[in-house]
Design a protein around this ligand. Structure first.
Ligand SMILES: Nc1nc2c(c(=O)[nH]1)N[C@H]1C(S)=C(S)[C@@H](COP(=O)(O)OP(=O)(O)OC[C@H]3O[C@@H](n4cnc5c(N)ncnc54)[C@H](O)[C@@H]3O)O[C@H]1N2
Ligand code: MOO
Length: 409
């Protein structure tokens, strides 16, 4: 009997990126209001300075800082008030030494002013004379022209995922539309004679289709569009017809179940029957997830995920998600929380082991506890806050070992 080949997780991640270099990525222009969490397919250059004029960062009086040297409560520095700057208007004149102008927060700093004294550090001596009770230094309380963004600067590069703050910055630059990568259209096929729609009461031997929902949620979370779903019994012809139809509408198809070596595990055969180059991975040295299948039909990707609900999600997390790296340059490596094992956790070397954990924070330290269960028990994963990876060549963890916990989201 053919045994599963065993590529390491890292080898498979690399193979995925290489195999799908010609993946059919498309782009679209969308309004800024819809751009959060989308990945830029363009560079954004600023044609303007932000701000375009020196701005006061406080409500106060714009002065020549040298006029305020040595000023204090007991010995105010007196300056003549020339005018008031109105919000949203150009400053109406210049300020010479010995003079000042009232400027509101965000107002334009007039020519000649090189510092702003906060209003609470001044007193009105008479209608035209202001007493400064504090000295200020050169450029104090002034936001310089171009201090936020300089004209000509590359503000965003292609491949950046736009976050909340980025949307605000783009608005500040007057960018109302952006070119982003289109969401990859994905299809989900749940296979198995035992799988029933979640709205039905399963008979003995039957199970509800959990994977369609968990994988569907994961795809949506990561910016794919769930285009099509189906439940298919363990019949080769039916699976092939369904996959063929899905590949007309989807660039990525996930088939859950039927990945192993059982008599009715047809996923591999069907992918190979449909196209070149077909299956290029069957078997990954990871636990759970060993029987994973990865194939390519034309330029499109087909993953055969293990049917076990925990395994299907872990393989999604570790391998399917790699596809987003074809167009996205993550700002940081996958975020993790550091903690310490609160007990020993054995593991056999020879495959990467992903296990679920909970965290208890006591006296500033994260104590990490395994959440036990089989890969058929999704409640184990639901109770966990994250997972820990034991590397391919490592043999388990000891109590007190530092670990990285990758959060489940
Ligand atoms: N002789 C061997 N048997 C198995 C091996 C092996 O290497 N040799 N690997 C085991 C491992 S590990 C896994 S994981 C499973 C993978 O099996 P399949 O991908 O073929 O999946 P199924 O047999 O169809 O289902 C497994 C299990 O998951 C349940 N399931 C399937 N789909 C869903 C769904 N949409 N929602 C909820 N639950 C689902 C299914 O009912 C089964 O209980 O193979 C081992 N066997
Ligand atoms: O590899 Mo299986 O995915 O352990 O349950």
């Amino acid at each position: 009997m053919e045994l599963l080949s065993t590529y390491t997780v890292e080898q498979v991640q690399k193979k995925i990126k290489e195999a799908f270099q010609d993946f059919p990525l498309k782009t679209e222009r969308i309004p800024l209001t819809e751009a959060r969490n989308r990945v830029l397919a363009q560079e954004v250059i600023s044609y303007e300075n932000i701000p375009e004029f020196h701005r006061s960062t406080v409500d106060g009086y714009g002065v020549h800082y040298s006029d305020t040297l040595g000023a204090g409560e007991a010995l105010p520095a007196y300056v003549q008030k020339k005018f008031t700057v109105e919000m949203g208007k150009e400053a109406p004149g210049k300020i010479a030494p010995g003079e000042c102008a009232y400027i509101p927060t965000g107002g334009m700093v007039p020519e000649g002013v090189n510092a702003v004294v906060m209003i609470e550090h001044t007193e009105v001596f008479d209608e035209n004379t202001i007493g400064v009770l504090n000295s200020v230094s050169d450029q104090e309380n002034i936001l310089q022209k171009g201090e936020d963004i300089q004209a000509g600067a590359v503000v965003f590069t292609r491949g950046e995922r736009l976050r909340t703050e980025d949307i605000g910055l783009l608005a500040g630059l007057g960018v109302g539309e952006v070119r982003v990568y289109q969401r990859i259209s994905a299809g989900l096929i749940s296979t198995g004679d035992e799988i029933v729609d979640i709205h039905r009461l399963p008979g003995l031997g039957e199970v509800r289709d959990m994977n369609r929902y968990s994988l569907g949620a994961a795809l949506e979370r990561d910016g794919f569009t769930l285009q099509q779903t189906a439940v298919v019994p363990d019949q080769r012809r039916k699976l092939q017809e369904t996959l063929e139809e899905f590949l007309k509408n989807c660039d990525l198809v996930l088939i859950s179940g039927g990945s192993s070596m059982g008599e009715k595990d047809y996923t591999k055969e069907v992918i190979n029957a449909l196209g070149d180059p077909g299956v290029f991975v069957h078997g990954v040295s990871m636990k759970p997830g060993k029987p994973t299948i990865i194939g390519k039909v034309g330029k499109k990707a087909v993953f055969g995920l293990p049917g076990q609900p925990v395994s299907a999600l872990m393989v999604y997390e570790v391998l399917v998600k790699t596809l987003t790296e074809l167009y996205e340059t993550p700002k940081i490596e996958a975020p993790y929380v550091l903690g310490e094992m609160d007990r020993n956790f054995p593991s056999a070397a020879g495959r990467a082991h992903y296990f679920m954990v909970s965290i208890k924070n006591e006296e500033g330290k994260n104590h990490v506890t395994p959440v036990y269960g089989k890969s058929g028990t999704l409640s184990m994963m639901s109770r966990a806050v994250g997972y820990v990876v034991i590397g391919h060549n490592e043999e388990g963890l000891n109590k007190g070992d530092p670990v990285k916990v990758y959060p489940l989201t």
